[in-house]
Design a protein around this ligand. Sequence first.
Ligand SMILES: Cc1cc2nc3c(=O)[nH]c(=O)nc-3n(C[C@H](O)[C@H](O)[C@H](O)COP(=O)(O)O)c2cc1C
Length: 483
Amino acid sequence: MSSTVCGRRVTARCDTDIRVEPSMTQAKRHIHVNAFNMNCVGHIHHGLWTHPRDQSTQFQTLEYWTNIARVLEKGLFDGIFIADVIGYYDVYQDGVDLTLREAIQLPVNNPWLVVSAMAAVTKHIGFGLTATVGAHNPYAFARDVTTLDQLTNGRIGWNIVTGYVESGARGLGQAGLAEHDSRYDRAEDFLALAYKLWEGSWEDDAVVTDRARRIHTRPEKVHPVKHEGPFYRANAIHMSAPSPQRTPVLFQAGTSPRGLQFAGQHAEGIFIGARTPEAAREASRKLRQAAVNAGRRPDDIKIYAGLAVVAGHTETEAQDKYAEYLSHASSEGGLAHFAASTGVDFAKYSLDEPIPYAAGNAMQSAAQAAQQQGWTTRRKLQEQFALGSRYQTIVGNATQVADEMERWIDVGEIDGFNLTRIVVPETWEDFANIVVPELQNRGRYRTRYEQATLRQQLFGRGDRLPTNHIGASVRHAVRLPEP
Ligand SMILES: Cc1cc2nc3c(=O)[nH]c(=O)nc-3n(C[C@H](O)[C@H](O)[C@H](O)COP(=O)(O)O)c2cc1C
C-alpha cells in the first residue's frame, strides 16, 4: 500500500511498519502551525508570567483574547489550540500551594467561552478546543459544539481528552479518577452517541425556512437518535440543525497503547509531546499505523509536536532574548506540572536519587517520555525544565529556526507544531514577523488564507468527515425505518 503524506511517499509494508520516504517529485507541503494556549496565566513555560512584557495575567479579559486572535490571523496561523484541564495540580509536595503561588494552570477558565469573541474579529483561524469527556454529557455537549461551529462558519475542532488528575475527579464528585483504559472506553461511547447526533439526526435539507408554506423544518428529515451504550443512553433528536462541519475536527493527545488505538480510530489531528525529531518519528509511525489498522489512510491524520521558538532578527538577538526569558522562568514550576502529568511527586526524591516511573493512572505518555529521555533524577528534570517546561526549544534567527522546523517535519514525519507561548503575545508576534517570511520563501507556509472550514483548510477534502471515518458510518444508520 502506498500513499502520500506531507510531500513524502508513505509505504505500509506490513502491520507494524510504515515508512515515510522523501519524494523528489512532490512539492514541499506547508507546515501547519497552531498557537498553543490555555485560559490561564502559567500554561507551559512556568514563571514567565513575571516577565514585564507578558500579558497572560490579562486572560480574564475579552481584549486579551481578541488581540491574540488578530495577531494569529495576521501571522497566517492555522489556528489556536487551547488546552484545558478539569482539576488542578496537587501532586508535587502533596499540595496545591506552589501551583497557586506560581499560577501553574490555576486559576483556569473555560476555553470554549472565549471563542465567539475571537471569531467575531477574525475570518479564518481555527479553534482546537479541549474538553474532558468525563466532565460533560454528550447530548448537551453535542449542541454546544454545533452552536459554536455555526457561529464560526465551521472553524471548530475538539481536543478529546480523558482526564488525568485526581483533583478533577474529586471535584466532579467521583470516588477517584477512573482507571486509565476505562477512561478511553467512556470516550468511545461518548463519541458513538455524539456521531449519531452530529451526523445522523438532521438531514442536510431538513431546514427550508419556507415562510409562505409556514415550514421552517421538514419533520420527516429529522430523526431520533437511539443509543444504549455502556456509559451513555439517549433517545432524542439532536437539538441543533447541522453546522458546516457537523462533527468538529477531532483532535487527541495521548499515546499509551490504548490512546494509540483510540487515536487511530477517531483522531484527525494528534498532538504529541516528543522532544526530538526521532522520538516524533517513532510516535508518528505508530499513529499512522493505528489509523491504517482502523481502515483509514496514513495521511488522514495530521500530527503536531509541541514546540517553543525564541526568534531574533540575528542569532545574538535571539540568544539575548532567551537569556532574558530564562531569568524569569521557574524550573520548579515545570517540575510541579510534570509531577501531575506523570503522577509522581518528585519532591519525595533527593536531587540525584533515581525516580522509578511506572505506567500509572495519569498520562502514560508522559512517563514514557521521561524514561525515553533519561530524565531519571530531579536534577536532570530541573535542567531540562530551565525555561519552565518540558518542551523542545529552538533559539535562533529566521534561517536557523526554519532549518530546525523543517528538520522536525522531515525527520519526525509530522505535519506541524503547536507553538507554545513564552511571553504572550510576543512569542507569536516574533514568529509571525521573523520566521514566517523565511518559511514562505521556502514554500513551507501559506501566503494567504482560503475561505474554508477548519477541516477543509487542513485536508482539502471537504467540510465533513471523510467516508472512511467511523463517525461517517452512522450517517444513514439512524435514518433506517423503525422495525
Ligand atoms: C501533548 C499532550 C497534551 C495534552 N493536553 C491535555 C490537556 O490539555 N488537557 C487534558 O486534560 N489532558 C491533556 N493531555 C492528556 C491526554 O489527552 C490523555 O487524556 C492522557 O494523557 C492519557 O493519555 P495516555 O494515553 O498518554 O495515557 C495531553 C497529553 C499529551 C501527551
